[in-house]
Design a protein around this ligand. Structure first.
Ligand SMILES: Cc1ncc(COP(=O)(O)O)c(C=O)c1O
Length: 389
């Protein structure tokens, strides 16, 4: 099977594998931050290797880390949780999202999923044998999640609602009024809210990040994910967490114990250092991403590619329908001819075949180089009439 015949996560991995064969490739596909993990976090891990390497932790994580997480979500998100009962440390955001989905929906049940959407939610739903009810968002509305559209999509089988804000891949942010309306709908229909806050510290242009669980009346039905992967440039350390009400977290804790047991004790001590010291590195990264986002948006505008105005996250989701090529064809063309990896929208959900996702996790000079290469590749694209498939 060639890269272009694969789908979803498999398609992305196939493109990534091809990208590795080009020595001068510029990767603007997967979300790997280009910054190193801050040195004080690495130092804490070194110390933990010597002092704690032989220790298991409880499956839900060491208590000081759960306390630091409770402190972090209280201060940054306005979410109040009990570190003893309402926090579980996970292997990155990825395990957190799988546990949240499996804890909330089962066979024959359904979850509302605003689209486009981070594709492993779809994979997790398949494992849970649950149905996805896709609710599309639109580039000309900055990918807003419209509460009324969510409400009309609810069926008798619907048990949960997914809210990823800022969203991956669209970078859309759910504002306060919409969060309030969505929480009211969840209460009315007795739905669990699965809130993914992994990009909460990366919002731009003075936009406010609002956590679903901080809305009055939401706590009792909301599971919230976060992780250190993006915020502290710790993708490889695999530390994430879930917070939520004790009655839902009891199930999450049992699942975590069954799926993977406790996280690495070394990574947990590194995470504790991250959460209990300065956020200067996070702030530096946010300011840097904000500038890079502008470079990508300007480059795309020069190519005549509309991308809206992403409000958060680490990527731009751009509409390539005017090219007459679909996203897989265009991503392949960029990779082969420009040695630039972008992700095809088709990998995120059906209906997004005319979009590409471009991350800005490269230094400015590399981003400029990539955009120039992309522009040349666009010019060499044989003209095709009509819209992309
Ligand atoms: C929206 C979203 N949730 C969860 C994850 C998983 O995070 P992690 O890298 O910590 O496993 C990602 C990763 O890109 C993501 O974009």
């Amino acid at each position: 099977m060639t890269a272009t015949e694969k789908k979803g996560t498999d398609l992305l991995y196939a493109l990534l594998a091809e990208a590795r064969t080009y020595s001068d490739v510029i990767v603007m596909g997967r979300g790997d931050p280009d910054f190193d993990t801050p040195a004080h976090i690495v130092a804490a891990a070194r110390q933990a290797m010597v002092q704690h390497g032989a220790d298991y932790s409880p499956p839900e994580g060491i208590l000081p880390l759960r306390q630091a997480i409770a402190e972090r979500v209280a201060r940054r998100n306005g979410i109040t949780v009990d570190p003893e009962q309402e926090v579980v440390v996970t292997n990155g955001g990825q395990e957190a999202l799988f546990l949240m989905v499996v804890a909330s929906v089962g066979a024959g049940e359904a979850m509302l999923v605003p689209e486009p959407n981070y594709n492993t939610y779809n994979d997790s739903l398949r494992f849970a044998r649950a149905e996805k009810i896709g609710v599309p968002t639109r580039v000309d509305q900055q990918f807003r999640v419209d509460p009324e559209q969510m409400r009309v999509a609810i069926t008798p089988k619907t048990r949960a609602m997914l809210l990823v804000s800022p969203n991956n891949p669209s970078a859309g942010v759910v504002g306060r009024a919409d969060q309030e309306a969505l929480v009211a709908i969840a209460r009315e229909h007795n739905l669990t809210i699965i809130a993914d806050d992994i990009y909460d510290l990366f919002v731009y242009d003075g936009i406010e990040h609002v956590s679903s669980a901080a809305i009055p009346g939401a706590h009792e039905r909301t599971l919230t994910l976060n992780a250190l992967s993006k915020s502290f440039s710790m993708t490889g350390w695999r530390i994430g967490w879930i917070t939520g009400p004790a009655h839902l977290m009891q199930r999450v804790r049992k699942l975590k114990a069954a799926v993977s047991g406790p996280n690495s004790i070394v990574a947990q001590h590194a995470a504790l250092a991250a959460l209990t010291s300065s956020y200067a590195a996070v702030e530096m990264m946010r300011d840097t991403y904000s500038k890079r986002r502008k470079i990508v948006l300007d480059g795309l505008a020069a190519m005549g590619i509309p991308a809206g105005n992403p409000q958060g996250g680490q990527f731009v989701f751009a509409d390539i329908s005017h090219t007459g090529y679909n996203s897989i064809e265009l991503a392949k063309h960029m990779l082969t001819n420009a040695h630039v990896l972008v992700y095809p929208g088709a990998a995120f959900a059906t209906g997004w075949e005319n979009y590409i996702r471009i991350t800005f996790l490269q230094p400015e000079d590399k981003l400029r180089d990539a955009l120039q290469r992309m522009q040349r590749a666009m010019e060499s694209l044989p003209a095709r009439s009509g819209q992309g498939a």
